[in-house]
Design a protein around this ligand. Structure first.
Ligand code: ADP
Length: 158
């Protein structure tokens, strides 16, 4: 069976930080599944279809990167897909605390799963999707922070 990692997130929208984590993880895994979580309690800024389309475009030249959407617990998805590795990025100590509790809870629920963390590269550590959304909302230029292959300003939720 292929060594596969699942990279879950809201990707609202995908940023250069997410792109960098996936590209850096590629040498470790034969396949990476980018899983866009659907949270009914939380209204996303960009429509799901746009978020999926952008991620597909960013990684179009990588046949071993797949993009899916899911609802429910990440560990349930891992079990369903028989994936044993969850990929996450760490920017700050706040990320660490947040990720630690999720990672440990996931381990309690599904002991076979391992969370693999990548420290963000220094140039991406201040970057998050919230800031990108805020720039776009206020008519700024977010293109330095989003992958070169896409233009997220065309996806403004109307
Ligand atoms: P955000 O936290 O920006 O809303 P997501 O919920 O989509 O992003 O997060 C998915 C994963 O990507 C998380 O593990 C998060 O820590 C990681 N991530 C988000 N932005 C960056 C970044 N700039 N550098 C490294 N990892 C990041």
């Amino acid at each position: 069976m292929k060594k596969t990692a699942l990279f879950p997130g809201s990707f609202d929208p995908i940023t250069k930080g997410h792109e960098s984590i996936v590209l850096r993880a590629l040498p470790l895994f034969e396949k990476i599944i980018i899983a866009i979580g659907i949270n009914e309690q939380k209204q996303s800024f960009f429509p799901l279809e746009k978020r999926r389309e952008w991620i597909q475009k960013v990684f179009a030249s990588y046949p071993h990167i797949e993009v899916i959407t899911y609802e429910g617990l990440t560990v349930d998805l891992c079990q369903k897909l028989a994936v044993k590795y969850i990929l996450r990025g760490l920017r700050t100590s706040a990320d660490f605390e947040f990720e630690r509790s999720i990672g440990q809870m996931n381990k309690l629920m599904f002991p076979d799963v391992e969370t693999v963390f990548f420290l963000t590269t220094p140039e991406h550590s201040a970057l998050n999707s919230y800031i990108v959304r805020d720039i776009i909302k206020h008519g700024g230029d977010a293109s330095p922070f989003t992958p070169d292959a896409i233009d997220v300003s065309e996806g403004m939720a109307k």
